[in-house]
Design a protein around this ligand. Sequence first.
Ligand code: KG4
Ligand code: ZN
Length: 338
Amino acid sequence: MAIILGIESSCDETSASVCIDGVIASNIIANQTIHHQYGGVVPELASRVHQQNIIPAVHQAIVEAKINKNQIDAVAFTRGPGLLGSLLVGTSFAKAFALANEIPLVEINHMQAHILAHFIPNQMEDKKLPQFPFICLTVSGGHTQIVLVKDYFEMEILGETTDDAAGEAFDKTAKILELPYPGGPLIDQYAKTGNPHAYQFPEPQIPGLNFSFSGLKTSILYFIRDNVKQNPNFVQENLADICASVQYRIVSILLNKLKKAAQEQQIKDIAIAGGVSANSGLRTALTGLAQQKGWNVFIPKFEYCTDNAAMIAIAGYYKFLKKDFVGQEIAPLARMPF
Ligand code: KG4
Ligand code: ZN
């Protein structure tokens, strides 16, 4: 039997999870609402709140998993990428916990963990898992990547954003529309009743499998500014249509590159991961595309899309099986390649 404690603190969620033999027994997520009033995550505040939340989150994860802390075999933590001050809290906690309990320490790359969330069991109705090699579109607040997943920890980035991430495109649009942070889920909500073809936003022509979202952001900004000049209530009167049209464009940019990657690699097992994979427009469009193309698609459960420690714990479990441990000298990395 292997019991792994997972710790996630890379951005603004403090999370702890217990994984028992590859099954998630608890996944506690403490959200930080303090950032909402600032319209984005304030790094200095985030690390302070992590510091307050981490011990209660771990305690609750252990209680909910109905285990004793002495039964834990290893502690896995997010080493990067992320906000350095936030990562330091989780890393320091994990190191101290490992030292005090004389158990191994496992470092996890946050972006790989988003992908490995697919190996948390019972997410698909037919209990299918993606088969290596598969392609994963990882879309979060800080990253947008198309990844060729050859094995649990053998991954190659085929394409990524050259500027903003897809989540940023959602969040920055929300800011322009004066919606609170984080805007992605709200745009998703308003888009449900809007017409996705009401307004046309440009699709950038970026070669290969890379993405760019900064041009789209600028065109949305000018579009809103020009229309508000004509009608000060333009946004309020057309919010659903604006959100639906923006979402439609972001989703089409993502899926067109995904189609290209699948075609080039001749791969039919296609997954999505990261916070933006919670987007209902993306989920529906991907499911439709999969039927057309004969793909097997893997879409994580909502709770495993945005940041969570269950994905860290499951990734930690697979590293534990390989005895892939790190020492007490380990330090977090704001940027962390695969
Ligand atoms: O993976 P994640 O929780 O944190 C990072 O690692 O960045 O992703 C957060 C991002 C935010 O930009 C948020 O607006 C976006 O995911 N997001 C969504 C939705 N839910 C979260 N974007 C669009 N639609 C959603 N339903
Ligand atoms: Zn994330």
